[in-house]
Ligand binder design. Structure first.
Ligand code: AMP
Ligand code: MG
Length: 333
């Protein structure tokens, strides 16, 4: 019998790259967002915000992946075109300065090239990267994540999720989640000084528990908070929801802090299709912690079709035991 791949090198490279990028993001947040007291964001063509940290994080991670796995395409959220125009030269200068802290050889043109590595196409084996997931949370001083996943044959095989502002139970902030298919999910305390020891994590068990919670986005336009609340009730969850930016929500379910993550299509954007980099890493972490992830119709997420999950609508991520009940409630209305 052939053994499944262990992805040991992929895991080590991904962990090192993602934590370096998380460190860069925290530096930017401390120096620019917190110290300046106001968000320093640029606007992309679709009017969503992007910061020097998004670009710096993508540059660092693509550099590391390109060195270790030169054949692998990377499908990243950011595009260097948004940084190439001459009026963006000051921002490129800043990105380069931050990246040099971790890669002293970085020049503006090398930084643009590394970011461009993230323009790869979905293939049989590829990486998908959100250099800062939850940019709005990053700018608000709330949750955000650096999210990297390896997809093989349309299914996620490895996920690394760094959540620099996340903590459970009063510990100091900073958690990293790592999972490889078939190997379980781990959570590691993380700070700018390094990683702590890994701890195996598990979703909450049981079907009815008074302490069960649902987690959803802070941004009302990224979901349907009214319906999310009603579906959670129908599934037996009566605690108020937890609102959290980014894939940190997947970490909360995987670590047993919430039993359910709902992301139902927003009535304002009913045709929105989820992006692969917004879910890949989180899906792996929840599945390996014993939970289940599908779309709102109960369909498995298909990562083989391009940068969007075009065959899926919305997200239901649960501890597993609640899943069928949630899908049934969604079918009822
Ligand atoms: P969250 O912090 O969970 O709200 O997720 C942030 C992500 O929401 C961003 O990375 C966007 O890709 C994604 N997003 C943007 N617009 C929408 C929308 N209309 N519906 C669902 N997700 C969206
Ligand atoms: Mg995102």
């Amino acid at each position: 019998m052939t053994q499944p791949p262990t992805y040991a090198q992929e895991k080590a490279v991904a962990l090192e790259a993602v934590t370096a990028a998380a460190h860069l993001c925290q530096q930017v947040r401390q120096e620019q967002v917190e110290a300046a007291g106001k968000p320093q964001a640029l606007e992309k063509e679709d009017r969503s915000p992007v910061t020097v940290a998004d670009f710096g994080s993508q540059a660092l991670i693509c550099r590391a992946l390109a060195a270790a796995f030169p054949q692998d395409p990377i499908v990243g959220e950011e595009d260097a075109a948004d940084l190439r125009s001459s009026d963006r030269a000051p921002q490129l200068e800043q990105v380069t300065r931050y990246v040099q802290t971790f890669a002293p050889e970085a020049s503006p043109s090398a930084v643009l090239d590394w970011i461009d590595r993230g323009n790869g196409a979905v293939g049989d084996r590829y990486w998908t990267l959100d250099p800062i997931d939850g940019t709005k949370g990053f700018l608000r001083g709330d949750q955000y994540a650096v999210a990297l996943a390896l997809v093989v044959g349309g299914k996620v095989q490895l996920g690394v999720l760094a959540c620099p502002a996340l903590s459970f139970g009063g510990n100091s902030p900073g958690l990293v989640f790592v999972a490889v298919r078939g190997q379980g999910a781990q959570m590691l305390p993380w700070s700018a000084t390094g990683l702590g020891s890994p701890q195996r994590i598990q979703v909450v068990t049981g079907v009815d528990a008074p302490e069960f919670r649902m987690v959803e986005s802070v941004e009302s336009g990224h979901g349907d908070q009214g319906r999310q609340g009603r579906i959670a009730q129908a599934a037996g969850i009566h605690q108020p929801s937890i609102r959290m930016d980014s894939q940190a929500k997947y970490g909360a379910v995987a670590a047993g802090q919430a039993a359910l993550y709902l992301r139902l299509p927003s009535p304002k954007t009913p045709d929105y299709r989820e992006k692969i980099w917004d879910h890949g890493a989180g899906v792996m972490v929840i599945e390996e912690a014993g939970g289940r992830v599908t779309d709102i119709h109960g369909r498995e997420l298909d990562f083989s079709l391009g940068s969007k999950l075009i065959n899926n609508q919305g997200i239901v991520a649960s501890n597993g035991t609640l899943h069928d009940r949630v899908i049934a409630a969604l079918q009822e209305g």
